[in-house]
Write a protein that binds this ligand. Structure first.
Ligand SMILES: [Fe+2]
Ligand SMILES: [Fe+2]
Length: 475
């Protein structure tokens, strides 16, 4: 026995102390998780005391308790939102039947695959971000990075709980494998492409948490509709944490923009070289980072036409975003949906069976949602009196999956030749120079209340702490 006190060490609302089988599985997995955290988690952070919120229950008072803790001792917990008694399935071929508390045998493989794919992204992002602490622009930002890292760790626990509790021996093997794959590893990479990319600098981190954590939100929302109750309830609670991750991204980019605009006004210039010499990120570079992160992220939704997507929906495993708010038959057999393809050098729409286009449906919902923050960034620019607007690129731009993979489409949605695309890619995507410049700005600032030159301070502190609060104490 490892002497884990279950209700204390692993805060939970799943009756862990009464479930011997689950206890045994988690007891074996937990030391491997801690080893993974030590090896692949935030570099050099072992002795830091970090002002973190910890979820200790799902009610409003319990899910955000703040205090300084060592991340290694973070109380990674297992929480399911309360279930509705007698919930019925509200979409697909089983519509109207009782929701499942156990995994139906015929859907076991697909459910496991979905849980593993979601679970794999959680530790992947921690790995991608592990070097960022060395160049944090402030203690406030460093704390936010660590908060996201521990919560992605908790999201891994959430998926491991489902695997251990509902999938027996192969579930335990999958849970182990989640700690064995590593982001960017040549032999054993993470499952999805975007989670094998590096997060090399803080601008990338903010773009990632704005765009890619939002992909997480949409996947979790679709899984929150699942007929498999434990999955639906787990993902609903994960969504409460995801909101903060996207806030970190949106406000981080916004603060970079704010600082750039301030310097543009002080120097009365939009000359990129002068702005770079003044140590801020010029707006065209911000646009290129945006183009990159947006296009890489929308690939995560998968191929525009997918028979797997149809199966996941019809069998009741994965719904649409806000399924219950839609007024159609929630079976979708007779419906179509437009997808894009390039035909004779033109982007054209074609209607395909909606069930097969559900990846595209979710991608389009995502795009609508992600535009909102970009508009708020533009308000910062407008308020500074500067004539420049950021835009999300056309959804056919820089795609690597589905019918649009490899199509040469500009951010404005114009199909161009391969040669032109290559010639102009540097206008649209971050160049080696852009990345080197952004990297050159990354220096660690650790004095309470101080910020790196390229980013403005936040409007309010975390949990309304005062501006000089010591969010991270180094020991
Ligand atoms: Fe997550
Ligand atoms: Fe997240």
């Amino acid at each position: 026995m490892s002497g884990i006190n279950y209700s204390e060490k692993i805060p939970n609302n799943v009756n862990l102390s009464d479930d011997r089988t689950l206890q045994r599985a988690l007891e074996q997995w937990q030391p491997n998780f801690i080893n993974w955290w030590d090896d692949m988690g935030p570099e050099g952070s072992t002795n830091h005391d970090v002002y973190l919120r910890t979820a200790v229950s799902v009610d409003p008072q319990g899910w955000a308790q703040f205090g300084h803790v060592k991340m290694r001792d973070y109380r990674w917990g297992i929480f399911l939102n309360p279930g509705e008694a007698d919930r019925t399935i509200h979409f697909g071929d089983h519509k109207g039947e009782k929701a499942w508390n156990d995994v139906p045998g015929e859907y076991r493989a697909n459910l496991r695959r979905i849980i593993v794919t979601q679970g794999d992204t959680e530790p992947a992002s921690v790995e991608q971000q592990r070097h960022l602490g060395a160049t944090a622009p402030s203690l406030y930002d460093l704390r936010n990075l660590f908060q996201i890292n521990v919560e992605e760790g908790r999201h891994l626990w959430a998926m491991v709980y489902l695997l251990h509790k509902h999938f027996g021996r192969d579930g335990r093997e999958e849970a182990d494998a989640l700690l064995q794959r590593n982001s960017g590893d040549e032999d054993n990479p993470r499952i999805l492409g975007a989670f094998n990319e590096e997060t090399p600098d803080w601008l990338s981190f903010f773009m990632f948490t704005y765009f890619t954590d939002r992909d997480g939100k949409f996947q979790l929302c679709a899984l929150a509709e699942s007929s498999f109750e434990p999955l639906a309830r787990t993902t609903k609670f994960m969504l409460t944490e995801e909101a903060h991750h996207m806030f970190v991204g949106e406000s981080g980019v916004s603060r970079a923009i704010q600082r750039t605009c301030q310097v543009m006004n002080e120097l009365k210039t939009d000359d990129v070289n002068k702005l770079r010499a003044a140590g801020v990120i010029d707006l065209p570079t911000l646009q290129r980072y945006l183009n990159f992160h947006f296009s890489v992220t929308i690939d995560l939704f998968g191929a525009d036409e997918s028979s797997n997507a149809a199966t996941f929906y019809s069998t009741g495993i994965k719904g649409r975003y806000e399924e219950t708010k839609r007024d159609d038959d929630h079976v979708l057999k007779d419906r179509t949906y437009p997808v894009l393809e390039v035909k004779d050098g033109q982007l054209v729409q074609k209607d395909v069976p909606m069930l097969n286009a559900l990846n595209e449906v979710l991608r389009d919902d995502y795009i609508k949602d992600s535009v909102g923050g970009v508009e708020r960034w533009n308000k910062v620019i407008t308020k500074a009196g500067i004539d420049f607007q950021l835009r999300v690129p056309h959804k056919a731009f820089n795609r690597n999956i589905g019918a649009l993979a490899g199509a040469n489409v500009t951010p404005q949605g114009e199909v161009v030749s391969e040669t032109e695309w290559r010639l102009r890619a540097g206008e649209w995507l971050p160049s080696t120079d852009d990345r080197a410049f952004v990297a050159s700005l990354m220096h660690k600032v650790v004095e309470p209340g101080k910020y790196a030159n390229w980013i403005a301070p936040p409007a309010v502190g975390i949990n309304r702490q005062d501006p000089n609060f010591e969010y991270v104490r180094f020991n």
